[in-house]
Ligand binder design. Structure first.
Ligand code: BES
Ligand code: ZN
Length: 640
C-alpha cells in the first residue's frame, strides 16, 4: 500500500513536470509559429534536387536492419526538418537513387506520426530521382520507411569468398560524392549538414561500425548497435561497415579495425597514426572529433581512403609491410580539418577539400618523416599532374570546375588535388610559413562545421592574407590559380636531391651506359623506386624489360604502387612475362586508381582489348559498383 502511494505521488509529480515542459515548448513554438529562420545561405548545387532554402533537414535518425541474404538495408530514416517563414506550403524535396519507399509519415510538434503524400519523380542517370513529400503545416519530423536496392551504388555486399577470412559476409558504404542517396533518402548536398543517430541490427557474430561515436571494440553486442554523430556533417560523410572485425589500439585516441587475419599487419603499418594526429594539431589546432580510428577494408574498396569522420576507411593496398604508403593516413587524417570541419559547399568547390588536404598531408609527412620525404612525394604529385593535364580538356584544368550536367566523379582528377596543393604551397612560399600557417588555422577556426564555396574562400583570403600584406600580394594572381586552366608560370617546383640521383641513373641505364646491376638501388625507398620507373623512357625493348625484371624482381613486387607502375609499363611494352601477374592483380584488387588505368592501357590495342575482356569477365563481379561503372565505360561493356 505504502509503495503504491509513493509511486502515485511520483507519477503525479512527473505529470506536473511534463505539463510544465510542454507549456514552455508550446510557448516557444507559438512565438515562432513552428518556423525557424533558415539563416544559412545556400549555393546552387547542380547535383541535388533538394530545396534547403525552403525546407531543410537538420538531423537524421536511422533504424536499419542489415539483411545479407537480400543484400539490402531495410528500415526507417526519420528526418528533423525546418521550414523557412516564406515557404509555408513548400514540400520537402529529397534525393534518392534506387530506393524502395514503402510509406512516409509526418509528425507535427512531436505528436503521433500520420501518413503523408509523396511522389517519386523521373530517374536521372546521374542524379537519381527526386522524392517530393507533402509536409503538413508545422511538421517537424518526417519518417520514411524504405529499403535499398541490392545494387545500390553506395553499398557493396561481399560474399565470404571476397573477404580475407573467407567465412563471413561483409558490407560497406561509400557515399562520396553523391551515393548517400542510394542508401538514405536525404538532401544529398554537402552544404546541408546533419547530425545523426543510428540503430543498426546485424547478424549475431558481425560487428557494425559507423562514422560516429559508439564504435565498440568487439562484436559481443549480439548484432544490436547504436551510434551518434553529434556534429553537423555533410551527408557524404555518413558511413557504415559490417563484418567480422577486430580492433587494435594504436594510441590513446587512435586504433584500427580490420578482419582478424589482417589485424597484425595493419597495426604494424599504422603505428605512426597517433604521432600524425599530434603533428597536425600542432600546426592546425585541436582535433575536434574525439577518436581517430581506421578501418582497413577488403581489397574491393574502390578508393585508397575515405575520410569518414572518426573512422577513416582505407584500402588494404596501403599495407606494404614497410610503412611506405602511409601518406594516405596523413591525407585522410588531414580531412578532419579540410573537408570534414570546413567542407566544400558543392562539388565544383571540391578543390577546397582535396587541395587543402593534399597540402596538409605533405605538411604532416614533413613533420613526421622529414622534408626529403615531403619533397619526394610533392615531386611525384607535380609530375603526375603535368602528365595528366597534357591530355586533359582545358575546362577540367580549372580549380573551380564546371560540372553542370556531369557526374561529379568527372571532377576527380589530379587537378583539385595537386594544382590545389601547389596553389597553397605557392601562398606559403610567397607570404612565409609563419603567416600562412596562422592564416590557415584562422580559416579552419572561423569556418568550423560550415560548408563554403570557392567565392567564400577567396573573400576570406583577400581579407585576411592579401589585404594584410599588400606589398607581397601584388605578385599573387588568385584569378589565374582558381579560374584559369594549366599551371601559372610561377607554380612551386618541389625539389628532391634523392630524385636527382635517381634520374641520373635512369638516364644512364636507358642510354646503355650502365647495366642494371650497377644501379645503386640498395637504400631506395618506395618513392625512389616509383620515380625511377617513371623516369625510364616510355618504350623499352624486350631485353630491357626482362633484364630489369630479373635484376629487381619487379613482376613479383608486393608493394601495390610499384606493382601497378610496373604493370602499366609491361602493357605498354608488351612484356608478356608479367601478364599472369597482371591478371592476378586485377582479379584481387578493386581500387579504382589502379584498375581503371590498367584496363585503359590494355584497351589501346586490339590484342590488349581481348586480354582485358577475358580478365574483366572474371574480375567484374568482385568490383565495387563505382569501379565497375568506370571499367564498363572504358571497355564499352554491355551488362548482360
Ligand atoms: N575523399 C577522397 C576520396 C573520394 C573523393 C571519394 C571523391 C569519392 C569522391 C579521399 O580523401 C582521397 O582523396 N583518397 C585518395 C587517396 C589520397 C592519398 C590521395 C584515393 O582514394 O586515391
Ligand atoms: Zn582526399
Amino acid at each position: 500500500m505504502k509503495i503504491k502511494l509513493k509511486s502515485l505521488t511520483k507519477l503525479f509529480l512527473m505529470g506536473l513536470t511534463l505539463i510544465a515542459y510542454s507549456a514552455s515548448v508550446g510557448n516557444a513554438q507559438r512565438k515562432t509559429d513552428g518556423v525557424q529562420n533558415i539563416t544559412q545561405s545556400f549555393a546552387e548545387d547542380v547535383h541535388s534536387y533538394s530545396n534547403p532554402k525552403e525546407v531543410r533537414v537538420r538531423h537524421v535518425d536511422l533504424d536499419w536492419m542489415v539483411l545479407f541474404d537480400k543484400k539490402i538495408l531495410q528500415g526507417t530514416a526519420t528526418l528533423t526538418v525546418e521550414r523557412a517563414a516564406n515557404a509555408q506550403n513548400a514540400p520537402l524535396i529529397l534525393d534518392t537513387r534506387d530506393l524502395k519507399i514503402e510509406k512516409i509519415e509526418a509528425s507535427v510538434n512531436g505528436k503521433k506520426f500520420t501518413r503523408t503524400e509523396f511522389q517519386l519523380g523521373a530517374v536521372d542517370k546521374i542524379l537519381g530521382a527526386p522524392l517530393t513529400i507533402q509536409l503538413p503545416r508545422n511538421a517537424k519530423s518526417v519518417r520514411i520507411s524504405y529499403s535499398t536496392s541490392p545494387t545500390a551504388s553506395g553499398l557493396q555486399w561481399l560474399e565470404p569468398s571476397q573477404t580475407a577470412g573467407k567465412k563471413r559476409s561483409f558490407m560497406f558504404s561509400q557515399a562520396q560524392a553523391i551515393h548517400a542517396r542510394s542508401f538514405i533518402p536525404l538532401q544529398d548536398s554537402p552544404q546541408v549538414r546533419v547530425t545523426y543517430l543510428a540503430h543498426v541490427q546485424t547478424p549475431q557474430n558481425l560487428l557494425a561500425v559507423m562514422s560516429a561515436e559508439g564504435n565498440l571494440q568487439t562484436s559481443a553486442r549480439g548484432g544490436d548497435y547504436r551510434f551518434k554523430m553529434p556534429h553537423a556533417i555533410p551527408p557524404y560523410l555518413i558511413a557504415i561497415a559490417v563484418g567480422d572485425l577486430e580492433f587494435r589500439s594504436l594510441g590513446k585516441r587512435t586504433g584500427v579495425y580490420t578482419e582478424p587475419s589482417m589485424i597484425e599487419k595493419a597495426a604494424f603499418e599504422l603505428t605512426d597514426t597517433e604521432k600524425m594526429v599530434e603533428a597536425t594539431e600542432k600546426i592546425y589546432g585541436a582535433y575536434r572529433w574525439d577518436r581517430y580510428d581506421l578501418l582497413v577494408l577488403p581489397p574491393s574498396f574502390p578508393f585508397g581512403g575515405m575520410e569518414n569522420p572518426m573512422l577513416t576507411f582505407a584500402t588494404p593496398t596501403i599495407l606494404a609491410g614497410d610503412k611506405s604508403l602511409v601518406s594516405l593516413v596523413a591525407h585522410e587524417l588531414a580531412h578532419s580539418w579540410s573537408g570534414n570541419l570546413v567542407t566544400n559547399a558543392t562539388w565544383r568547390d571540391f578543390w577546397l577539400n582535396e587541395g587543402f588536404t593534399t597540402y596538409l598531408e605533405r605538411r604532416i609527412i614533413e613533420a613526421v618523416y622529414g622534408k626529403p620525404r615531403r619533397e619526394m612525394e610533392a615531386t611525384l604529385g607535380r609530375n603526375s599532374l603535368e602528365e595528366e593535364m597534357a591530355s586533359m580538356a582545358t575546362r577540367d584544368q580549372i580549380l573551380h570546375v564546371d560540372l553542370k550536367g556531369r557526374d561529379p566523379d568527372e571532377g576527380f582528377t589530379g587537378v583539385p588535388y595537386e594544382k590545389g596543393a601547389l596553389f597553397l604551397r605557392y601562398l606559403e612560399e610567397t607570404f612565409g610559413r609563419e603567416k600562412f600557417d596562422k592564416f590557415v588555422r584562422g580559416y579552419f577556426d572561423s569556418h568550423a562545421f560550415q560548408s563554403i564555396t570557392t567565392a567564400d574562400f577567396v573573400d576570406y583570403l583577400n581579407k585576411n592574407l592579401i589585404a594584410a600584406n599588400p606589398q607581397t600580394a601584388r605578385r599573387v594572381s588568385v584569378e589565374d590559380w582558381i579560374y584559369q586552366p594549366g599551371l601559372p608560370v610561377n607554380a612551386p617546383q618541389p625539389a628532391s636531391d634523392a630524385f636527382v640521383k635517381v634520374e641520373a641513373q635512369a638516364k644512364n641505364y636507358a642510354s646503355e651506359k650502365i647495366a642494371p646491376n650497377r644501379i645503386q638501388t640498395r637504400a631506395w625507398t618506395t618513392q625512389e623506386w616509383l620515380h625511377f620507373l617513371k623516369s625510364l623512357p616510355e618504350n623499352l625493348s624486350a631485353k630491357q624489360m626482362s633484364e630489369l625484371d630479373r635484376a629487381f624482381n619487379l613482376t613479383d613486387r608486393g608493394n601495390s604502387e610499384i606493382a601497378f607502375q610496373w604493370l602499366i609499363m609491361s602493357i605498354k611494352n608488351n612484356y608478356s612475362a608479367a601478364f599472369p601477374r597482371l591478371e592476378e592483380f586485377l582479379t584481387s584488387i578493386g581500387r579504382r586508381k589502379f584498375v581503371r588505368p590498367l584496363f585503359a592501357e590494355l584497351a589501346k590495342t586490339p590484342e590488349g582489348t581481348k586480354r582485358a575482356a577475358s580478365i574483366y569477365t572474371k574480375a567484374r563481379s568482385g568490383y565495387h559498383p563505382i569501379t565497375q561503372a568506370s571499367v564498363d565505360e572504358i571497355l564499352k561493356w554491355q551488362t548482360r
